[in-house]
Design a protein around this ligand. Structure first.
Ligand code: MN
Length: 403
């Protein structure tokens, strides 16, 4: 149930977003240029003309094909715009002003919401890391030595981050085949259900971002599907980590949900053992009770819980910059695959089918180990919102095309 009651705007049952998410994206309508909008109910608020009429300071940032100029403004501006938007959609007196600038969502095309400046993917879910360790390295301890000391991550490929709805072409590459090596289309194509964090305000080269400065830099959240070719990954990843098994495509949801919309979702992260180094010690709780759902060809196969993530996004940002590396506007860093401790909470099919040994039966009776051509995957999420009602984080979807 979404809060649909406190607006002059009619929010239909089952509409993608209620009143309290107010996510931002980039949309276009027939014959017009892409520009920034905010989603509410089953509509997009066309922000550029509204901001112009209202004389909103910095309002020109909405007449752009990317969120980056808005993201670069920083938290005081983000909060001011969110306050303005909330007033627009709740105050009856604003109705005549806003109504002409509402575009039905179904009449829009959604684009990549921001220019991805850099892309980092972490590995911060203990249940996932332990599962992968057991599958890929059965004779070694399941968690690598450094895992409990720092959020392990790698630099991904920003140029192949694509918007929800993009078709994913099955990648080809080298993999182990019996005693030899073979080249060809991946036979173990997989997903990774993740939450991505979008950097707004940049940081300075040489100056680490402190854990407590997370919300000054990070604007909001997208859902991420980090498509992964397990056979290519397993052959290439020692010793430098993922490369071509990951870089062919990463999908993100079209609506960026502001961190401010997730205030009611904040929870204490799990206890850490050993105590992390000083620069990683929490100053306030940035665990987030985001509940994901993975749908494979229309069957919900998993519900991964984000609240148990060992390292929070605040710690990840502190770690990413502790060596003095700077972050830029539009940078995306993803949490790592989100998995719970039981089978129907797994955020990858590698875990869900235990490397293909234990197939999943979909509602149409078909069996799956990994992705087949034509398969569609949608990742959705909700989180606690105000007044005990959940808010939606939208969805990211993709369909597999043959190599
Ligand atoms: Mn990943």
């Amino acid at each position: 149930m979404t809060d649909r009651t406190k607006s002059w705007l009619e929010i239909p049952e089952g509409a993608p977003f209620g009143l309290h998410t107010l996510p931002y994206g980039v949309f276009s309508t027939e014959g017009e240029d892409p520009r920034v909008g905010a989603a509410v109910g089953d509509c997009v608020i066309d922000l550029a003309p509204l901001a112009a009429v209202e004389g909103l300071e910095g309002g020109h940032v909405f007449n752009q094909p990317s969120l980056n100029p808005f993201l670069a403004l920083g938290r005081p501006a983000w909060e001011a715009v969110r306050g303005w938007l909330l007033e627009l959609v709740t105050a009856e007196s604003r109705r005549d002003l806003v109504e002409p600038h509402l575009v039905p969502l179904e009449a829009t095309r959604l684009h990549m919401p921001f220019d991805v400046a850099d892309y980092v993917d972490f590995y911060s879910c203990q249940a996932h890391a332990e599962n992968v360790g057991k599958i890929f390295r059965p004779d070694s301890p399941s968690l690598p030595t450094a895992w409990r000391h720092l959020p392990i991550g790698y630099h991904g490929r920003s140029a192949t981050v694509v918007p929800s709805g993009s078709e994913i072409v099955r990648p080809s590459g080298l993999r182990r085949a019996g005693d030899g090596v073979a080249f060809g289309p991946s036979t173990r194509l997989d997903i990774e259900a993740e939450v991505g964090f979008v950097v707004g305000a940049p940081s300075e080269l040489g100056r680490p971002v402190k854990v407590g400065e997370f919300a000054d830099h990070v604007f909001g959240v997208v859902l991420v599907n980090d498509w992964s070719a397990r056979d290519i990954q397993a052959f290439e990843y020692v010793p430098l980590g993922p490369f071509l098994g990951k870089s062919f495509a990463t999908s993100v949801s079209p609506w960026v949900v502001p961190l401010s919309a997730l205030e009611h979702a904040r929870v204490e992260p799990p206890a850490r053992d050993p105590e992390p180094a000083g620069y990683l010690v929490d100053t306030e709780p940035w665990g987030l009770d985001i509940r994901l759902e993975v749908e494979w060809n229309g069957t919900v196969v998993s519900r991964p819980p984000f609240a148990d993530m060992y390292w929070t996004p605040a710690q990840q940002l502190a770690h990413l910059t502790v060596n003095g590396a700077a972050v830029r506007t539009g940078e995306l860093y993803a949490s790592g695959t989100v998995s719970g401790t039981v089978k129907d909470e797994c955020g990858s099919f590698l875990e869900l089918t235990w490397n293909g040994d234990d197939p999943v039966i979909l509602t149409d009776g078909s069996r799956r180990r990994f992705l087949e051509d034509g398969d569609a995957v949608t990742i959705r999420a909700t989180a606690p919102g105000p007044e005990g009602l959940p808010i939606s984080l939208g969805a990211v979807t993709g369909t597999i095309r043959p190599a």
